[in-house]
Structures are given as C-alpha cells and as structure tokens.
Write a protein that binds this ligand. Structure first.
Ligand SMILES: NC(=O)c1ccc[n+]([C@@H]2O[C@H](COP(=O)([O-])OP(=O)(O)OC[C@H]3O[C@@H](n4cnc5c(N)ncnc54)[C@H](O)[C@@H]3O)[C@@H](O)[C@H]2O)c1
Ligand SMILES: O=C(O)[C@H](O)COP(=O)(O)O
Length: 525
C-alpha cells in the first residue's frame, strides 16, 4: 500500500481521501528539515503547502518518493529540477484557491483605500479620529494588473464590477484575451504611469523578481497604492519602505514577503502599510478545494498511474492510464532492447506509433522508451526523469505517428541514430496486452522480451541451431523459448533465446567462438 506524508496543515478531507483510495497517510506538520530528512525515506508521496521546503537535500533522503503534491498554486518551495532528475512527479492544484486569493487582493485594496486597519486600531483604542481617516473611492480609478493569469483575471473581473478601469501588463496576454477580460493591455511603463492601484499576480521568476524595483517604483503615479498577494520578491521591500516614507507611495498591502515567516521587517509600523501572514489562500472553501484535489491527484498517480496537473511530466488521465499501461511496458522493453544492443553515441531516438498505438497520448509512450533506453546505464531512471536526462545527454527525441494500420493493428517502432547508422526495433501488443517484439534491426523475429535472454547474430547455415542448443545444454543452461529470424536464406540470421538464468561471461565466450557466430550478447528485461 503506498504511503503519503502530509507535512503542512491541510484540511482533514485530504487524509480522508487518501484512506478511501487505499493510501496510508501520516500527518506530521512543523518538522525541521533535519527531522523531515529522517522520516521522508518511508514515503511514496509528500503532500505540502508553502511551509515545507522540498530542497535537493530533502529529496536526496526521499529514496521512495514518487510524487510531491502541492495543495495550492506556487511551487517555488519545491526544487523541481532536482525532483525531475530524481524521477519525482511534482503536481499542484492550479485553480482551487484562485477565487479566494483574488478576493484577498480586493479586500486589501479596500483596506488601503479606506485605511481600515489603522481606523480600526484607532477606534478600538478609544480615539474616534473621524477627521484623520480620509479615504479614496475605487470607482473610476485605474487598477494596474501585473500578471493576468487565473488570479489576475478574477481580480480584473471583480474590479470591473467596482467600476474601475483595468490596465494589464502580461507579456503572455493575447489581445483577444484582453478584450474578453475587458482590460486594456499595456506596457509595464504605461501601467506604472497610469495606475492608481497596482496589484501583482505573477509567479516569482528571474523576469519578475523585483519587477517593482526602486527604478520602477519611481515611475509610478504619486500616491499609488500597491497590493502583493502573489510572491515576496516581486517588490523591492527596501525601496517600498522608502517610497512609503517619502509619501510617493500612498499605501502598500503585502500578504507575501521575501523572507517568510516574516516575523520582523523594516516595513512593520510604517504608516499606510498593511500586512497579512500569507493568508491569500486561507478560506475554508479554498482549503477544502485544494485538499480534496491534491489528495485525489496524488492517490490517482500512486494507485492507477494517472497524472493530473503535474509540472514536470505530461498529464495522463486515470481513464487513459490503463489503456496506456501495456504500451508503456512495450515501449520500455523496446527502449531497453535498443539501449542494450546499440553501440556508439546516440544522436537521436525516434518513436513511431502505427495503428491503434497512434491514437493514444504519445508523450508517456516516448517517456517509457527513453526510460527503458537510459535505464540500461542507470537504475535511477524512470519515466519522469528520462526526458530530462535524454536532453542533458544531447539526444534528439522524435515522435511520429501513422494512424493507418499495416500488417499489425498496433505497432511501436523505436529507431536510434548511432555513429553506425539508423537501427530499429519494432513491437506490438499480442491480444492487446502482451508486449511482443516483431522486428529486430530489419529482421522479422517474434519474441517476448522477458527475463534473461541470449542474442546471437550468425550466418544462416545448417547445424548451427543444434550446436548452439548443445553448447547451452552442456553448460547446464535451460532454454525457455527459442526465436529465430533471418534476413534471407543463407544470409544474416538472428537468434533470441529466453533462458532460465543469466549467461555467464565464460558461456558467452564459448558461444561467440562457435562457427558462424558474428556477435553474441546477454540481454536482461
Ligand atoms: N498569497 C497567496 O496565498 C497566494 C495564493 C495563490 C496563489 N498565489 C500566487 O499568485 C501568483 C499567481 O497565481 P495564478 O494562479 O494567477 O498564476 P497563473 O500562472 O495563472 O498566472 C500568472 C500570470 O503571470 C504572467 N507572467 C509571467 N511572467 C510575467 C512577467 N514577466 N510579467 C508579467 N506577467 C507575467 C503569466 O503570463 C500568467 O498570466 C503565483 O505566484 C501564486 O503562487 C499566492
Ligand atoms: O501559491 C499558493 O497557493 C499560495 O501561496 C498559498 O500558500 P499556502 O497554501 O501556504 O497558504
């Protein structure tokens, strides 16, 4: 039974769903990195929010880990390249808390416009400072949206409902989408110059880090109010403090900080500054949504192999997974076969699906070929990290599909381009489920690729099969199945034997020395 650790506070629905789906679950929150390292090795899945930092070091101790599930959106607390290299799927729940976070941004915009926290503190402090708190109306003001994705577009929708004008800067926003959203697509400089309020809704990337730098803050309209419910690091906090102190910036509300938890900051206590402790996603509704979604996605992956909302592998629905399973087994065996047989540097791997195979999602089939191919040299390769490793090794990967059927109703052909030229192996599914090799380097030969095998290329001549059988028999090696193929009568022939044990180096040398043998090799599946 797969086992999952929930390491951040999560709605109880998550644990309930894991249990209902046959996944064992432990909820242990608040662990230090060292404490997490000590226990992470027992788990197949790790369910987190933003507190747990899934670093390379933690991953190195996560020897059984198959999936990290983020109950939320941002995955900047997960070292995705390290997870990918280790074959760990990283998934998030991209929509579950979007409305809630957008509402928090709107709430902070109102709070800034009417100085609600300060007015509240003053009133409850017995002051009744009616003349101190003069606010601004939102109606007709311009809201500058930096990042017009899921949350940004909900914020825009709500702001338009408040009769604001919305201008948006997002390099990936198409004019059609801007029109549909009812916003004006502008450049960043234009937004900075025109906005009365600015709200940030981008991930933290190398392009967005300090997008509100000292230089850009200086380009804003005097009195601008700024809201950040996205990620700390999008605003230069020191420059923000200066802008608030000088009065150029009329107010700022931060839900997120460069360093979290933010227990101290030069911004704290600054007039017109409001902060919340990363509460953007903290509503019952959002937390139930993300808890249910993350548990369902992780359980799907661990139990059925279905992949949804993964950031480092293509999606694979729970419906597709069973259909693809035998193809992935076939693809992995074919990849392994070429990996074991092909010599010289591999410049390219092509995966060509024909007939029924061509109607399926090709990405998992290609990943399985690469996993089989690369696992010949490393036990830690799987479908998740194989495409990354292939890229690292400079192997070009091609995907071709032909929907018409040939001699077989379904076929997968794997070709590798080596320094010796292009070589292909071809396989089908027998009875729609059993992987079977049908062609090896241009020679028709049917074989199940299973267990230890012996591969021999020889000159097709009478008596050879008998001599080979006798040699194995004399060495006490039992032959389970015998498969033959030849290019032409008297030409090059191939023998593939399934054996009950691995061929020893000594026996291999004896086989190689038999008359007519061109090459012989032990294979393993
Ligand atoms: N405070 C919270 O609790 C909370 C809750 C949920 C999400 N978030 C954060 O909010 C952010 C946005 O989430 P989302 O779901 O809308 O993401 P999203 O991926 O749907 O949208 C992000 C948008 O940013 C745009 N973008 C990327 N690079 C940009 C750049 N250089 N300049 C301008 N725009 C750029 C993208 O094109 C995209 O449209 C994320 O960082 C997420 O982690 C915070
Ligand atoms: O990216 C997110 O989903 C938010 O930052 C929410 O983070 P949290 O789950 O820690 O509240």
């Amino acid at each position: 039974m797969p086992k999952v650790l929930i390491s951040d506070k999560m709605d109880p629905k998550a644990a309930q769903i894991f249990r209902e789906r046959g996944v064992e679950v432990d909820e242990i929150t608040g662990k230090t990195p060292d404490e997490l390292k000590a226990i992470i090795g027992q788990y197949d899945g790790l369910a987190i929010r933003s507190s747990t930092k899934v670093t390379k070091d933690i991953l190195a101790h996560a020897t059984n880990l198959k999936v990290v599930g983020r109950a939320g959106i941002g995955v900047d607390n997960v070292d995705i390249p390290a997870a990918s290299a280790q074959g760990v799927v990283v998934m998030n729940t991209p929509f579950g808390n979007s409305i809630t976070t957008a509402e928090h941004a709107i709430a902070l915009m109102f709070a800034l416009a009417r100085q609600l926290p300060e007015a509240d503190a003053s009133t409850q402090g017995g002051k009744w400072e009616k003349n101190r708190f003069m606010g601004v109306e939102l109606t007709s003001k311009t809201l500058g949206l930096i990042g017009a994705g899921n949350i940004g577009s909900i914020v825009a929708d709500r702001a338009l409902g408040l009769k604001m004008k919305v201008v948006a800067y997002d390099p990936f926003l198409t004019p059609e989408r801007a029109l549909e959203m009812g916003v004006e697509k502008v450049t960043l400089d234009d937004l900075l110059a025109r906005a009365d309020f600015i709200t940030l809704h981008t991930p933290l990337t190398e392009q967005t880090r300090n997008i509100l730098s000292a230089e850009n803050l200086a380009k804003t309209k005097k009195g601008v109010r700024i809201i950040n419910c996205a990620r700390g690091g999008l605003i230069d906090e020191a420059a923000l403090k200066q802008g608030l102190d000088s009065g150029h910036i009329g107010g700022a509300a931060l839900d997120v900080f460069v360093t979290e938890p933010a227990k101290e900051s030069p911004l704290f206590g600054t007039p017109n500054f409001i902060s919340t402790p990363h509460l953007g996603a903290s509503t019952n509704e959002a937390q139930v949504n993300v808890a249910i979604q993350v548990a369902e996605q992780m359980a799907d992956y661990l139990v059925t192999g279905g992949i949804t909302n993964a950031l480092n592998v293509p999606s694979l629905s729970a419906e597709e997974a069973p259909k693809l399973k035998p193809y992935m087994a076939l693809a992995e065996k074919l990849g392994s076969l070429v990996g074991q047989l092909a010599h010289g540097g591999i410049a390219r791997i092509s995966v060509h699906s024909e007939g029924a195979a061509a109607e399926l999602n090709q990405k998992p089939i290609v990943s399985a070929v690469l996993a089989g191919f690369l696992r010949v040299h490393s036990d830690t390769v799987n479908m998740v990290n194989a495409p990354f490793l292939a890229k690292d090794k400079g192997i070009e990967v091609r995907e071709v599909r032909t929907e018409r059927e040939g001699d077989y109703h379904t076929l997968v052909r794997v070709s590798v381009k080596t320094s010796d030229g292009e070589r292909s192996v071809v396989g089908t599914l027998f009875g729609n489920e059993a992987p079977r090799l049908v062609e090896l380097f241009g020679i028709k030969v049917e074989a199940d690729l299973d267990g230890p095998m012996l591969y021999v290329v020889n000159e097709d001549a009478p008596g050879f099969i008998g001599r080979l059988g006798t040699t194995l028999g004399e060495a006490g090696v039992n032959i389970a199945t015998f498969h033959l193929g030849r290019r032409s009568a008297g030409g090059e022939a191939v023998v593939l034997l399934s054996l009950d044990e691995v061929v020893s180096a000594e026996l291999l040398a004896t086989v190689k020395a038999l008359p007519g043998v061109k090459t012989a090799m032990g294979l393993k599946f």
